[in-house]
Design a protein. Structure first.
Length: 235
């Protein structure tokens, strides 16, 4: 087949808005789920990874509606209002979703299981399981420390000062989320600075950070309005 292109009769005009940032979309959903009250999210990325996070949050009790402008209206359940899922939580191919939600679920008064596709099931999870265990979490992994993650919730986690051997926004975010439920304070230091989406977004939901990357147990998230910035790499 031969396709022939013809020159346009004039200049091209219009506006292109790239899709939303994936990492921020994950966090927007999880933080809104944990918040008390309603949150509004504009520009959420429509991708399979983000859909997995959305589905998991719904299984945990979050209610989501869409308004006439395409914004998501999220009714959060509060940190202690999550419901025990009636089945495993399928993260698809999203390591971000699995690692962040593991931090939340480690502190709940119920058991849960995080699973993923064949690719995700080969990824190492020791980098979050080890520090979460130091906080008092009980997590079973597959062979070699890979998913699935069977999480035996413990509402009595202990805050820790964790020196991460790697720079990882996912590890850092996982521990900060667990730290919201833990007694005392939880801080994370890294050999190099990783992306700081979580540190920038938690204050939007009313959580004060200390020392640059630390949270106090018992901090409460409040509903917020946010617009997910575009990310050209998602196009």
């Amino acid at each position: 087949m031969i396709l022939e292109a013809q020159p346009a009769g004039g200049p091209l005009t219009g506006e292109l808005v790239p899709p939303g940032d994936k990492s921020i979309s994950h966090r927007a959903l999880i933080f809104s789920c944990l918040a008390s009250g309603r949150s509004r999210i504009e520009g959420l990325l429509d991708s399979e990874d983000v859909k997995a996070t959305l589905a998991a949050c719904r299984q945990l009790g979050m209610t989501v509606l869409e308004d006439d402008g395409g914004r998501l209206l999220v009714e959060g359940v509060g940190e202690r209002g999550l419901s025990a899922p009636d089945s495993e939580l399928d993260m698809g191919n999203s390591g971000t979703a699995m690692r962040l939600l593991a931090g939340v679920l480690a502190a709940q008064p119920f058991d849960s299981e995080l699973v993923g596709d064949a690719s995700l099931s080969r990824r190492p999870m020791g980098r979050i399981v080890n520090p979460l265990t130091a906080m008092g979490a009980r997590i079973e992994t597959g062979a070699g420390g890979t998913p699935p993650l069977k999480i035996h919730g413990n509402p009595a986690l202990r805050g820790i000062d964790y020196a991460s051997p790697i720079a990882s926004a996912q590890v850092k975010s996982c521990l900060l989320l667990a730290g919201l439920y833990a007694s005392g304070s939880t801080t994370v230091t890294e050999p190099l600075k990783s992306r700081d989406h979580t540190e920038k977004m938690l204050p939007v939901f009313g959580v004060d950070l200390h020392g640059g990357c630390g949270v106090k147990g018992g901090s409460r998230l409040q509903g917020a309005s946010l617009s997910v910035p575009s990310d050209i790499s998602s196009a």
